[in-house]
Design a protein around this ligand. Sequence first.
Ligand code: 5GP
Length: 170
Amino acid sequence: MDLKSHIRGVPDYPKPGILFYDISPLLAHADAWAVAMGRMARLIQETGADFLVGIESRGFLMAAPLALKLGLGFAMVRKKGKLPGDVVRHSYDLEYGTDTVEIQADLVKPGQRVVVVDDLLATGGTMNAAIKLLRDVGAEVRAAGFLIELDFLEGRKKLDVPVLSLLNYD
Ligand code: 5GP
């Protein structure tokens, strides 16, 4: 199945000059979504992961069904202030200012073999921060998994783990 035919390029969103890859048509098509999750699950299975982590918010749409499919647990990495209780946080630089990601402190166990999942790899800044956060809680990050990778931004160069991606754009 041609999964790219279910990804919609939206010009000038969220800013002029940006082509946004919208995954909504894929989610709206039951067969395409199932095929995409099946293919991602196979890639992730080969890493020997025993736990999945999804990055807010579209990463949750990938990580939750993948975790169910693979029989694994799943935890959320969220922007600052969205998770209750004890959290561990990691701050990282943006073009202008900083951002902070958090995870609940007791969900990932030291030594756990984790794959971190997001919908799309652009510059790699978001995934890099999530990987650092997971290492802070003792996880062994086996890979970063994406539905879409924007090859021309070379985000994978920022990541020191294997990058798994299904659909590549250049
Ligand atoms: P990065 O940190 O790699 O530059 O940006 C990746 C993050 O921004 C991901 O969490 C992803 O959801 C979001 N993102 C950036 N560009 C796009 C896009 O064109 N389409 C989608 N669906 N998400 C994007």
